[in-house]
Design a protein. Structure first.
Length: 181
């Protein structure tokens, strides 16, 4: 259910683009993100900081797209989010000596510090590359191709990366011991 809530604005953006074009889709994405935040606030009583950032970015870049009638702004939005996420991981590690991946996932996983560092660096790098890739697709292909990439390419690459991370982390996961008779 959480995954559906997280991807709700992206899916609606895609559908609205196919039915009404980039400006309709941008408006739908803004409204869907506001609805997503409102629902999360109502259901859980709090909203994660990155979700607030995402709301701010879609309102600013989506709003600029609609007001200026220029799709360039909305095409920058994924890159800005990717770079903000990657930058937060990088800055926290380099300047504050705090591993955000460990802070976020430490309750679910027990890993050595070296593995947490690899995880943090790899996600930071992944987000940097995804930001560049988004810009490359956005400005070297038509808008329809970019929208398809945004949904299928972005999610597909994320899924492949998560599987690769799981394979890497598998060496640190201890199998539960079978109960002794």
């Amino acid at each position: 259910m959480k995954l559906l809530i997280d991807f709700f604005p992206i899916i609606l953006f895609f559908l609205a683009f196919k039915l009404g074009g980039i400006y309709v889709a941008t408006g739908v994405a803004i409204v869907a993100t506001i609805a997503q935040i409102a629902w999360l606030r109502w259901k859980h009583g709090k909203v994660e900081p990155m979700q607030w950032v995402s709301l701010g970015v879609i309102v600013v870049f989506g709003g600029a797209t609609i007001v200026a009638q220029n799709e360039t702004f909305i095409k920058w939005k994924p890159t800005v989010l990717y770079w903000l996420m990657g930058g937060a991981l990088l800055v926290s590690q380099l300047f504050f000596k705090k591993n955000l991946m460990k802070s976020l996932m430490g309750a679910q996983l027990e890993l050595p510090d070296a593995a947490w560092r690899v995880l943090n660096w790899s996600w930071s790098t992944f987000f940097a590359v995804m930001g560049v890739l988004n810009l490359w697709v956005a400005f070297h292909f038509d808008t329809d191709t970019w929208v398809n990439f945004k949904l299928f390419g972005g999610l597909g690459l994320m899924a492949v990366f998560v599987v690769a991370q799981a394979l890497y982390l598998g060496r640190y996961i201890k199998a539960d011991e079978a109960p002794k008779p």
